[in-house]
Design a protein around this ligand. Structure first.
Ligand SMILES: Nc1ncnc2c1ncn2[C@@H]1O[C@H](COP(=O)(O)OP(=O)(O)O)[C@@H](O)[C@H]1O
Ligand SMILES: O=P(O)(O)O[C@H]1O[C@H](CO)[C@@H](O[C@H]2O[C@H](CO)[C@@H](O)[C@H](O)[C@H]2O)[C@H](O)[C@H]1O
Length: 467
């Protein structure tokens, strides 16, 4: 290690700064809960030279109500903060002449992680594991990848993507677990896993980050779908099928890719039959109750939603296996060759045990159908007042047509690989769509309140559908 810096910000000061800084982070998963305290669990120095240092932090965040959560907060410290890092500074800075900031927005800090990867070793309690056969060249320069989402992803030398999990749940992250299983089975439909980072949290080996090939020439499904919808809304006299940017062919291929991944996961990790009533529907009703306490508008539709959940019980038993768990258009990447699925973490709001449970592949299909609905309507949601969202305007009609056309194409693509069309289990598929839309109302209430009309309209439409 190099010469130590003059000042190290004391733990208590950093903890106080984090109480004020964390709630506004995009990746802070406990929006709506008031933080009562932040406690540093791990504070490990990665480097320290005069005027600059970097530390890897794990903090426990305690709330006025509800269980504590662990977050990962790599920090940089500088005596003078360059302008581009100012937005990432923690408030009330200048502890001991140093200013703390989010290290994952500083190329110099990110590059420290790239160096650890190249050495294929960790630093102190932070351990790195490379997949056998992986050699990572030294000197890869780091940069933050675009907008933050549930986690923070950085690109190393335009070759590797390192995703640093923010909310850390003790245990092996399903993103690493499922990527390993899929790679082991030779799946072509995921980016190749190269390494991961782990540490011990309360005696449990816990994933901190994962590293996979960066698909530089890819586009994400959400941007591609929006391009198609935008063209449709400009030319609202045309049907979706008449557009040069019709998306149905891509949706068909995407459905086929999802079915391939499901079949590989079932082969690699097993599948079984489960009763729909006592497992799936019970859990959906519990989730609806919890969501209604947060989004009061759900109270008006809760009985109708429950009726639709009950219709799914008629199926008796259904096959369950490991699935993606939070599939939407932002979780698929189109490379020049094929669609890839990314981000196998499952829904951020679920516990690790829930995310690792076997579930019906129809949950993933429903996730994508919900996403077609979002893509079709969100440009309208930004321009039309929420009260008027259901208005039968020409553009609204076209948007619905687009969502239906792509949902059908996706299901047909899925059936072309699996041999079974997901629409055959219509009641269960609808129940999963409703369950997802209920989850989305909570997600939107907490993250993007201006979008809450999207899932609420969908719930009204899905509950009005005939048996
Ligand atoms: N292997 C990859 N190559 C290129 N871009 C990727 C890759 N994996 C993810 N991305 C991009 O990074 C973004 C964040 O990835 P994701 O795994 O969804 O993170 P989060 O858990 O934060 O939602 C995605 O929207 C996608 O565009
Ligand atoms: O951060 P993640 O990608 O793990 O997922 C969370 O955020 C998503 C939004 O970024 C959210 O997805 C919802 O909005 C999408 C459009 O932005 C839409 O395509 C999805 O269908 C809709 O569910 C996702 O639910 C949430 O878990």
């Amino acid at each position: 290690m190099n010469e130590p810096t003059s000042g190290r910000i004391p733990d208590e000061t950093l903890e106080r700064q984090l109480v004020r800084w964390l709630p506004d982070r995009r990746w802070f998963a406990a929006k709506g809960n008031t933080i009562s305290a932040v406690r540093i669990l791990l504070r490990h120095e990665l480097t320290s030279v005069f005027g600059f240092s970097a530390e890897h932090l794990l903090v426990s965040v305690e709330f006025e109500a509800g269980p504590a959560q662990v977050y990962q907060v790599p920090l940089g410290f500088r005596s003078h903060l360059p302008e581009d890092l100012e937005p990432w500074a923690l408030p009330d800075g200048d502890g001991n002449g140093m200013i703390a900031y989010d290290g994952l927005h500083d190329a110099e800090v990110i590059t420290l992680y790239a160096d650890l990867l190249a050495e294929a070793q960790g630093s102190g309690p932070v351990q790195l594991k490379t997949v056998p056969g992986t050699v990572i060249e030294p000197g890869l320069r780091g940069r933050t990848l675009g907008a933050e989402q549930s986690n923070t992803s950085v690109v190393l030398g335009e070759k590797l993507l390192m995703k640093i999990f923010r909310l850390v749940t003790p245990g092996v992250n399903p993103d690493v677990e499922l990527h390993l299983a899929l790679a082991g089975a030779g799946s072509e439909y995921v980016a190749t896993l190269r390494a991961w980072m782990e540490t011990d949290v309360a005696g449990i080996l816990t994933t901190l980050a994962m590293v996979q090939d960066f698909e530089a020439n890819s586009a994400d499904g959400w941007s591609m779908a929006l391009g198609s919808v935008r063209d449709l809304l400009i030319e609202a006299d045309l049907h979706a099928a008449e557009l040069g940017t019709d998306f149905a062919g891509e949706s068909h291929r995407m459905g086929a890719a999802v079915a391939e991944v499901h079949s590989t996961l079932a082969r690699a990790l097993g599948a079984e039959e489960r009763q729909v009533a006592s497992t799936t529907v019970e859990a959906m009703n519990r989730r609806l109750d919890a969501a209604t306490a947060i989004v009061p508008e759900l109270g008006e539709v809760a009985a109708a939603v429950r009726d639709k959940f009950a219709e799914a019980e008629a199926l008796g038993a259904t096959a369950v296996q490991r699935i993606h768990g939070d599939l939407h258009l932002g979780q698929v990447l189109r490379t020049p060759e094929r669609w890839l699925l990314i981000d196998f973490e499952g829904e951020p709001a679920k516990t690790l045990d829930e995310r690792r449970e076997r579930d019906s592949p129809l949950r993933d299909v429903a996730g994508m159908l919900r996403s077609f609905d979002y893509a079709a309507h969100h440009l309208l949601a930004d321009s039309v007042p929420m009260g008027a969202m259901g208005a039968a305007s020409q553009r609204d009609f076209r948007a619905r047509e687009w969502a239906q056309r792509n949902a059908d194409a996706f299901c047909e693509g899925y059936a072309s690989v699996s041999g079974t069309d997901p629409r055959e289990a219509a009641a269960l598929l609808r129940a999963y769509e409703l369950d997802k839309a209920v989850y989305e109302t909570v997600y939107e209430a907490r993250n993007r309140p201006q979008w809450i009309g999207l899932p609420l309209s969908a719930i009204r439409r899905l509950t009005a559908a005939p048996r």
